[in-house]
Design a protein around this ligand. Structure first.
Ligand code: GRG
Length: 327
């Protein structure tokens, strides 16, 4: 079901991703071999490296050459922030697996996972500081936005009256802000014009919104096997995402039944009932409509960019991502 992003087929991207992996491992090297193991754990496990890919694509707009080492450094600063947030998120969610391996909290406990996450953020700061004040400031602001987005989500847990703006503000902070910053940093470090930097930043936000809405739709439409976790996990945790909120807001007996099932932890087979209601109503189609608005925003921003392989890949990427959940 997962779509192969056109961004991955860009010239040099395969070797650039190897450069990213090497730079990530180097960035977290430390003389404490145990901390080294904790910090390398999720890097070695893999992941899509989407934020570095976005930095690299933004840097390549208008050029067909390989990106500089500084762009790779900017890209890994964003991935390090992402990793730090994943370490902390897995502690908060008590998650046991991530990227197909045990989480750091599952293997070494919460205390070490929190410290290792802090270490990743410290390394992100160090790497970005070498790229200048604008970049390090931007990344610091983005870490703040991730926290704001996550707090908004926490505040809304188990709230069946959660508003759509609460959802959108939360995902813009916890997910889209880092995509925006990844694109912006790639563009700044590559020396793109200010107008292009701003267009790529808006693009990154829109791409991130599509990414999170798709992720939230997958949580309700995919099977346990496809997800590698239980379908409906977000609802189970009291996190009511766009397809669920749109189902709740519909004027139907199903919406009333769903409301009765939510607002507290599930018991018995209530998760299956809730999933069945969301899957058989219009909430998923309406969420796709909302995501389409962000696809359109991303495409408009691409019209401001000069023609290049990166521009074409950036223009098509959000729609292809969204099509992965259209059946
Ligand atoms: C310490 C920076 C920091 C933040 C604290 C915990 C927290 C506040 C924020 C959590 C933010 C979070 C986990 C948002 C979800 C982002 C997301 C979509 C993760 C999955 O991204 P993928 O699919 O994962 O790109 P891979 O593994 O492929 O990189």
């Amino acid at each position: 079901m997962s779509a192969v992003s056109p961004l991955l087929s860009l010239p040099f991207m395969a070797t650039d991703r190897e450069r990213v992996d090497r730079a990530l491992r180097t960035a977290v090297e430390t003389k404490d071999s145990h901390l080294n193991e904790l910090a390398s754990h999720l890097i070695i496990a893999g992941g899509k490296r989407l934020r570095p890919v976005l930095s690299i694509a933004a840097a390549q707009v208008g050029s067909e050459s390989a990106v500089s080492d500084e762009v790779i450094q900017g890209s890994i600063a964003c991935e390090l922030v992402h990793l730090g947030s994943l370490y902390h998120d897995d502690v908060m969610d008590e998650s046991m697996t991530r990227r197909g391996v045990d989480t750091v909290n599952a293997r070494w406990g919460n205390l070490q996972a929190i410290l290792a996450g802090d270490f990743m953020l410290a390394k992100a700061s160090e790497v970005s500081a070498a790229l200048g004040t604008e970049v390090v400031t931007l990344l610091a602001q983005t870490i703040g936005k991730l926290c704001e987005g996550q707090i908004e989500e926490l505040r809304a847990t188990y709230n069946v009256s959660r508003s759509i703006p609460s959802y959108l503000v939360s995902i813009e902070g916890k997910t889209a802000s880092l995509f925006a910053t990844a694109a912006r940093i790639g563009a700044i470090v590559a020396g793109q014009d200010r107008k292009l930097i701003d267009a790529l930043t808006i693009y990154g936000t829109a791409y991130g919104m599509v990414f999170q809405i798709v992720d939230d739709i997958l949580d309700v439409i995919a099977t346990d096997d496809e997800l590698g976790k239980r379908a409906g996990h977000d609802m189970e945790e009291g996190v009511y995402t766009l397809p669920v909120l749109l189902t709740l807001s519909s004027d139907s007996t199903d919406a009333i039944e769903l409301r009765d099932l939510l607002g507290r932890p599930f018991v018995g087979n209530e998760r299956d009932k809730a999933l069945q209601i969301v899957r058989s109503n219009s909430g998923i189609a309406s969420a796709i409509e909302t995501a389409l608005d962000y696809v359109a925003i991303a495409e408009v921003e691409c019209n401001k960019l000069p023609a290049s392989s990166a521009t074409t890949a950036l223009r098509t990427a959000p729609r292809i991502l969204l099509e992965s959940v259209i059946r």
